[in-house]
Design a protein around this ligand. Sequence first.
Ligand SMILES: C[S@@+](CC[C@H](N)C(=O)[O-])C[C@H]1O[C@@H](n2cnc3c(N)ncnc32)[C@H](O)[C@@H]1O
Length: 400
Amino acid sequence: MPGRTLSAANTHGFNDLDMNLHMNHDDTSRAHFLIALKKRVNLTMGGQIRKNFEADMGPALGRKAGHTLNDFSKTDRKLAKAAIERTHMYKAWAAMTYISQGLMWEIVDGVLDHDLPRLQKAFNEYKSRPGRLGSLKLNPALKLPRNISETEIHRQPGGFCYESHADDITAGARYNGGGLMYSAGRGRKAVAGQSGGDFVLGILKERYPDFKPTRILELGCGTGRNTPSYKKLLPNAEVYGIDIAAGLLRFAHAYAEAEGQAVNFVQMDATALDFPDESFDLVVSHILGHETTTRGLPKWVTEAWRVLKPGGVAFHVDVPTQPGFLKLPDLVLNDWQVRYNGEPFWMGWADADVKKIMRDAGVPDEAMFAEHMRRDEGGVWFCHGMRKPKTWSKSQRRAA
Ligand SMILES: C[S@@+](CC[C@H](N)C(=O)[O-])C[C@H]1O[C@@H](n2cnc3c(N)ncnc32)[C@H](O)[C@@H]1O
């Protein structure tokens, strides 16, 4: 509707100022097709690869190697990989996975073709509103980690750091569009893959009933899919979200404002936080770990520990790709993600020893956890973190 000023709701019942992507009938049909295709590829074809491996290939490889193959052994993973990759089903699965991911981004860009101008206008309005609830602080001088700035993660066109003008929110809109495709297939409005504040705060309430955070920091908050949920559930808390990608943070700011939640977003590198020691009660992250690097992971885990106040908790939620939780054929299929789906650290994350990383950061064993946790309808997540002892002193920190 050209020339119309932004208002609460337009004649289609949509709210011009909300930051959800508005899919029309054709977008939704395309999304349904995509989901059906992805299900066929992941469940039917992937399922066949798993079944064949368990019934024939795995036992045959084991007989040849002289032992039953072990999900934790990298040598056995190599054997499984070489054998699986030779099969026609694997080749067809890989080609179809690649094609369906490309199709997904085409469909997302189809939504942006008609909805990006509205979203951009909404961002511009939130940004210049006198009574903004939260804040947005970008740092154009920040040195961006190349694993993010120079990789099209998940093959998102242009990557997370894409910007074509000073206020550009395209990267954020695209990122959320990718998630939206999956939820459209499940008939849900919320963005798929969300592992929100309700999940984390619910677990913390059970484990540490005395814990009442008033300063919360989310690392790698992206488009803020989860950040405002902390403020909503703990209205008295001061909530911060940091990320390195400006286009995602702009989107996050507008989304939080649209949700009526006061959140402070800052462009910052999680591996070198610009916050003083012991300044937060709760440090969280949602699917950050697998997007970092072998060098970066220990750095941000250590930074999370540093900025925790005594008695504070760090809680990181990520993908459950660990050997043992996943069996050999899935580890082989996941390895494909590294090479062809813009996920350079996917297997590095799966194989990372996060307990050792926390130990090296000075976290006492009794203060840390690393385990798979189930979210009611949201599947299983790998969660790790730590609670800094209430009596933790600076001298202990130095000794560590
Ligand atoms: C998979 S996204 C998750 C975003 C968001 N937490 C969510 O659940 O949608 C990973 C995020 O981590 C950010 N990231 C990766 N490395 C980072 C770093 N060193 N410092 C800050 N953010 C980082 C990326 O820019 C990206 O937004």
